[in-house]
Design a protein around this ligand. Structure first.
Ligand SMILES: [Zn+2]
Length: 697
């Protein structure tokens, strides 16, 4: 049984999808040069192309129709795997599923189809990959080849790229959908929107079925083979649970946020994050940009990988990439003792829901990979929530709905509900219990307002917690982009723009009415309306507008924009607009201040937090063991300013309970001064990154 994936931390993929000669000749491919590349780059894991997007194999496949790359004079996979085994480097066999240019051209009956029968093709800037459908004979073609690879070369792991199920209108897919759902596979836009949930379920089920087939066939050959797929953290939990470990490319803003998301949706599943943007061969970034990018992944608790096009058309390698990567991987190895056997500190939990992914999707991309890349609105709001917590420098985690338990929730100071459109009944009662027992919750916009079948509800499933009745999405001013303005109640202490003007909200808001409820402690209402909406003076259309800008505020309304509800021992803030989504766009500067105001009002006391005057420049990750806190900080300046690394003041770390000692352990060792009876550690300035260890009392 290979369990290398449990310990490997420095992965690389020589990314070389190769058309046949004369374009790519591979005539100078040389295993000794490869070996030198492995040594220089200091990798402990290599992903190796067995079949790429061109559908060419790098070994002699006996499967009918298979095409080996004609530039190869040897069995290349055999050569590579021998070297990897000798060097004890993890061998991950790469196999591409849905993009197979060769198979599509040779077997047109396997092509994925658009509704009009035309072939489905990924139209990218430089590439036009054809998609094949694994509901056809292509399924067996892939399964047999993967079996062959596992049989012949005994890789430690098999990685399937471009794995998800694309929306295909071939005869097989149409039949399959009809027999499962009793109606025709929708093809026009309005129909697709109406049946989005069924269609996404259908595609997810197809992917899951195929994964089960792959597992059954390959584990029969080698039960110890580890199996994973790309973008695994974005699949629903039943698919994630079938994987031996989780592998994702970054899809959320940058490696920092992508890693936090990948980590928390893969607990116990050894997540690895593998960006392709950390480097650009021939047009290299500076080493400090590499360091910033790849250390971000390790700092957030994922194993690190990278891919780039470091192989020339003749098969020789661009060694400059190995040198740059080597500097980073050597630094990461030095940090390794502080990166393992630790868990993220719990303070703010951000609720993630698989059922909410299909709701409010503007369109359904046929290509499964594009579907991942064009986020669902729930995920956009999750990203906004993460950014708010990061700016506030308070520890945060993603909490997948399927993992919630009463005892887990108890460990959190606060929960955020970023456009969690569908809230299942069991979750409603967990959340009500959490708040009743003294928890604090911040929710936004359409949270709980949808059913799992993508139909709207009259009231949010959480309306008792929000303290309001029926909710209606107000879209009258969508064309203005700013659909309303926030007017504070004069008795409320706000900071930032809300204290001096009426800042805008995005394209829509929620019309709700606060319930009249008496507080359990007094005769006063337990529900406070902290902000109200003012409407724009006109809705823009071809006959109406004001001037160059979004129309200014006109009529005042009594629609509450922010409700504060005391619910037994706890409390709830409900923002009747898509606050978290807005924060994620970074177009509304006041969202950070408003979040800070809410944190103050909530009076939560995180176990540990970071205070800095430069919250946008420094990223801070908080981990702990039973005896220590481990705090990892990274400067984002090299990323913004082409590798420049001026020293930046780092502020201080504040603890709820006094700690015994604090010391810097990376890049050098240094004892830090504690003040406030051990509740505050002053940090030294740093350039790229630093790790601080604090001993708990
Ligand atoms: Zn099909």
């Amino acid at each position: 049984m290979s369990s290398k994936y449990k310990n490997s931390k420095r992965c690389y993929l020589i990314d070389h999808h190769s058309p046949q000669p004369p374009v790519v000749t591979l005539d100078q491919l040389n295993i000794s040069e490869y070996e030198q590349f492995f040594d220089t780059s200091h990798i402990d894991s290599l992903m190796v192309y067995c079949k790429d997007h061109w559908g060419v194999t790098y070994y002699d496949s006996k499967v009918e129709g298979a095409r080996k790359h004609q530039g190869l004079k040897t069995d290349w996979i055999q050569e590579i795997s021998t070297v990897l085994k000798k060097k004890k480097i993890e061998f991950i066999a790469y196999y591409c599923i849905e993009y197979d240019e060769g198979a599509a051209r040779q077997f047109p009956q396997w092509r994925a189809r658009k509704p009009d029968g035309a072939p489905l093709i990924r139209e990218d800037e430089f590439a036009r990959w054809s998609l094949c459908c694994y509901q056809t004979g292509y399924r067996e073609y892939c399964l047999s080849q993967m079996e062959e690879i596992v049989q012949n070369y005994n890789p430690d792991a098999l990685f399937m790229d471009i794995f998800g199920s694309s929306l295909c209108y071939c005869e097989k897919c149409r039949e399959k959908f009809h027999s499962a759902y009793g109606y025709d596979l929708p093809s026009d836009e309005a129909d697709i929107r109406l049946h989005m949930s069924d269609m996404i379920d259908f595609l997810d089920d197809n992917a899951q079925e195929f994964l089960l087939d792959v597992k059954q066939r390959l584990k029969a050959v080698n039960p110890g083979l580890a199996i994973t797929v790309n973008f695994s953290c974005h699949y629903p939990k039943p698919v994630r649970d079938l994987l031996d470990y989780q592998f994702s490319e970054p899809l959320l803003k940058d490696n920092w946020f992508s890693s936090a998301y990948a980590r928390d949706t893969a607990i116990g599943q050894y997540p690895i994050l593998v960006p392709g943007e950390a480097s650009q061969v021939y047009n290299y970034d500076t080493v400090s940009q590499y360091l910033c990018d790849l250390s971000s992944i390790a700092a957030q608790g994922c194993r690190v990988g990278m891919y780039s096009g470091s192989q020339h058309a003749d098969g020789t390698l661009d060694m400059e990439e190995a040198k740059r990567l080597g500097v980073v991987y050597t630094a990461l190895e030095e940090m390794e003792p502080y990166l393992t056997n630790r868990t993220p500190v719990k303070s703010i939990g951000i609720l993630q829901s698989d059922c909410s992914k299909a709701v409010n999707m503007p369109t359904l991309s046929a290509d499964a990979i594009l579907r991942m890349k064009r986020h669902n609105p729930h995920l956009n709001a999750i990203l906004g929530a993460m950014q708010l917590c990061e700016y506030a420098k308070i520890p945060y985690n993603i909490l997948p709905e399927s993992c919630l338990t009463k005892s887990l929730l108890k460990e959190y100071d606060m929960l955020l509900l970023p456009e969690v459109y569908v809230i299942q009944a069991a979750t409603v009662s967990l959340l009500e219990d959490y708040v009743a027992a003294g928890g604090c919750l911040i929710s936004s916009g359409q949270t709980g307002l949808w059913n799992a079948d993508s139909t709207l509800r009259e009231c949010s499933a959480l309306h008792r917690l929000f303290g309001c009745g029926p909710a209606k999405v107000h879209r009258e001013y969508t064309s203005n982009r700013w659909s309303a303005y926030l007017r504070p109640d004069s008795s409320q202490p706000f900071t930032g723009l809300i204290a001096c003007t009426t800042p805008p909200v995005s394209e829509h808001f929620l019309e709700v009415e606060a319930l009249s409820e008496k507080s359990s402690q007094s005769a006063e209402s337990s529900i406070m309306e902290m902000l109200h909406f003012d409407l724009p003076c006109v809705s823009c259309d071809s006959d109406h507008w004001v001037n160059w800008w979004s129309p200014p505020p006109g009529k005042k309304t009594n629609y509450p924009a922010l409700l504060h509800h005391l619910f037994q021992k706890g409390h709830v803030f409900y923002l009747a607009f898509d606050f978290f989504t807005m924060a994620g766009t970074e177009k509304y500067p006041y969202t950070n201040d408003l979040f800070t105001d809410l944190l103050l009002k909530a009076q939560i006391q995180p176990p540990v937090r970071h205070r800095t005057d430069t919250p946008d420049i420094i990223r801070t990750a908080f981990f702990e063991t039973e005896t220590e806190y481990i705090i990892h900080q990274i400067s984002m300046l090299p990323k913004r300013f082409h590798g420049d690394t001026p020293p930046i003041p780092a502020g201080e770390i504040m603890f709820k309970n006094p700690v015994e000692s604090a010391k810097l352990v990376y890049p050098q060792q240094e004892d830090l001064t504690l003040s406030g009876n051990g509740t505050c550690a002053a940090l030294p300035p740093f350039t790229l990154q630093q790790i601080i260890l604090c001993k708990k009392k």
